[in-house]
Design a protein around this ligand. Structure first.
Ligand SMILES: NC(=O)c1ccc[n+]([C@@H]2O[C@H](COP(=O)([O-])OP(=O)(O)OC[C@H]3O[C@@H](n4cnc5c(N)ncnc54)[C@H](O)[C@@H]3O)[C@@H](O)[C@H]2O)c1
Ligand SMILES: [Zn+2]
Ligand SMILES: [Zn+2]
Length: 351
């Protein structure tokens, strides 16, 4: 079969590799019908994720069809159309028992395209298939469903739920990449009074408004603190979300929160960030961090199926799976291509 293989030092290629097969009784092999590329894959190519070894097949988000199951698989059958989640879960360890699948102690967590071969391939082995896949309602297309493998549950769990967003809140989302935009969709579910999105790229802010942001701020030429102050009698946002992953935007998310407010960090930080407790100790703030657990995925699937969330506008480019190297070029040059999420289909057609 063919797969996108990481070769170290920023190198990758679409190679012939051994077929995906059942290794453990709880595995399934899934034919990849649609797959996407994540910002995290770009981090891996840059060498930021030392736990990914050369030779690894990348990718942790897919929609596919089950073609083979191990003897221990009970709920998933050959022929099922499934969502392959970015988080696998053993289902029985202490963390899985409480729904914290990202912290799985039984061999799950973020393993696809990280510690084991991933989804950017014609076929993928999915461990703990009963717990790590989700059935897909017939009426939901691949372009909607693919965003539920990672970015929508991330925005909803690590942003909205951790941030304890409530109706009528003012929420400030720093960063309008795929995650920040997914946070707009997820925040709308809780009916905040104002969703304010902050970024330095006008094209992304335009999309934020199109999908439901009430106010956008380009912080290269406008001070977001003034905008938030004008909406909140000067006290600050009830909830802020950091969806970039650099010190400057973390500082901004912290500074925009009101006393007693919540700061939900979503961004993956590659360098140390200073938490100014000398100023913050008195503000009764709650700061949360998190890797997505994907425990909300069944809820989000229902919301997409009932058309209460429309994720399709975040898919900006489509490719055949075999053109994945070209798709990487487009995705990694988002500034000129305008790419948000790219959808790769194994038959060049989208369901
Ligand atoms: N916690 C999790 O489980 C989880 C899961 C997936 C992704 N992430 C992380 O979420 C973050 C966002 O992901 P993404 O795919 O949307 O990334 P992205 O790089 O596509 O988007 C980041 C956005 O931030 C904007 N930005 C950069 N510097 C800025 C600044 N100084 N002020 C305002 N805006 C600025 C950029 O213009 C861009 O639109 C990343 O760090 C990613 O690794 C976390
Ligand atoms: Zn991802
Ligand atoms: Zn577990």
């Amino acid at each position: 079969m063919k797969a996108l293989v990481y070769h170290g030092n920023g190198e990758k290629s679409w190679d012939d590799v051994p077929d995906a097969t059942i290794v453990h009784p709880t595995d399934a092999v899934v034919r990849v019908d649609a797959v996407t590329i994540c910002g995290t894959d770009l981090h891996i190519l840059k060498g930021d994720v030392a736990t990914v070894s050369p030779g690894r097949v990348l990718g942790h988000e897919a929609v596919g069809t089950v073609v083979e199951i191990g003897p221990g698989v009970q709920r998933v059958a050959v022929g099922d159309r499934v969502l392959v989640s970015c988080i696998s879960s053993c289902g029985v360890c202490r963390y899985c028992r409480e729904g914290s699948y990202s912290q799985c102690l039984g061999g799950g967590g973020w393993i696809l395209g990280h510690r084991i071969d991933g989804t950017q391939a014609e076929y993928v082995r999915v461990p703990f298939a009963d717990n790590s896949t989700h059935p897909i309602p017939d009426q939901v297309g691949d372009d909607q469903m693919i965003l539920l493998a990672d970015i929508l549950p991330t925005a909803y769990e690590v942003g909205v739920l951790n941030g304890k967003l409530r109706p009528a809140d003012v929420v400030a989302i720093v960063g309008a990449g795929p995650i920040g935009l997914a946070a707009v969709l997820a925040a709308k579910l809780l009916s905040p009074s104002h969703i304010v999105v902050i970024d330095r790229v006008d094209a992304r802010l335009d999309i934020a408004r199109k999908i439901g942001a009430d106010i956008t701020v380009n912080n290269a030429d406008q001070d977001p603190a003034e905008v938030i102050a004008s909406l909140t009698d000067g006290v600050g946002a009830d909830v802020t979300m950091e969806a970039v992953g650099i010190p400057a935007t973390f500082d901004l998310a912290v500074s925009l929160a009101r006393p007693g407010g919540h700061i939900a960090n979503i961004g993956v930080h590659g360098e140390p960030v200073t938490l100014h407790l000398e100023d913050l100790w008195i503000k009764n703030l709650t700061l949360t961090t998190g890797l997505v657990d994907t425990r909300s995925t069944p809820t989000l699937i229902k919301l997409v199926a009932s058309q209460q969330i429309d994720t399709s506008s975040l898919v900006t480019h489509r490719f055949a799976l075999s053109d994945i190297e070209q798709a990487y070029d487009v995705f990694s040059d988002a500034a000129s291509s305008g790419a948000l999420k790219v959808l790769l289909s194994n038959d060049a057609g989208v369901r």
